[in-house]
Design a protein around this ligand. Sequence first.
Ligand code: DON
Length: 317
Amino acid sequence: LNAQKKSTAISTDNKITEKVLQEVLDQNKHFASQGKVADYIPELGKMNADAIAFSVVDTNGKVISVGDTDKKFTMQSISKIIALMVAVQENGEEAVFKNMGYFGSDKPFNHFGSLEITGKPLNPMMNAGAILTVSMIEGDGETAFQKVLKMVRFITKNNNINYNETVYLSEKETGHRNRGMFYIMKNSGLINGTEDQLDNYFKQCSIEVTAEDLAKIGYFFANECVRFDGDAIYKNTDLSKLIQSQMMVAGMYEFSGEYARRIGLPSKSGVGGGITVSVPGKMGIGVFSAPLDSHGNSVAGYQMILNFSKRFGLNIF
Ligand code: DON
């Protein structure tokens, strides 16, 4: 059965060409006009609404990309899956989820959720839980952030990746809801550190990547935390299952249930316009298009993933 599975996967790969990806991009780029570039972080409002990119890392780790592949954008919430990985590696899953749920939600990403009722964030994908997750990564000042950055550089094999200082400062200045959540959790004793920990959250959101980098991240979690080039130093089957389950349940926020119905693949979006997708045991997909829908998910990005996953029958259900 395994041999049969493998051969199906390889024949899928053979059909994934630049030409097919270009077709997917061309057929769906018009959807961008239905969305709106995020401007609640003022610096994000300056993003080019026309830039669009689509990238796949196939089952053999081969990278195929079309569109504005060199275009950098900030990871934003996609950084939450990397922080979750680092926090769980350091503290173990039990400690990380002691004060946080595995819940899905019908609430947007910046909602306080049940913070005031149960005192605990709903999940590590919404802002409250992500801020708590970041606070659990050990180290003073920027140390915890550097661990997240290092992991992004490892997974993408791209040491040029860094954070965008202007976007970081813009969010630090205006991120009052996030600051509110941070202090509620400090008040209830969930967070013990200083505001450096909140800054580390803002910094990780400002890490700049390309669609190709996102496809590599998708591949990594789809393949037991093994990198696209086969480097297995972080191989961890259980951790990859945890991360993908959270992507499935909450990675697209209150749209996650409908997204699971339409696309059926663990995915994580960011308000920078990126989405990273894991096709379990197979490949990774990375998309970029800045205009967002009302949930904070890239409109054209979603449509490209939908179209591509239908063509190749990738829905895991
Ligand atoms: O904290 C924020 O609001 C942003 N830095 C990240 C939010 C985000 O990306 C939500 N995703 N779609």
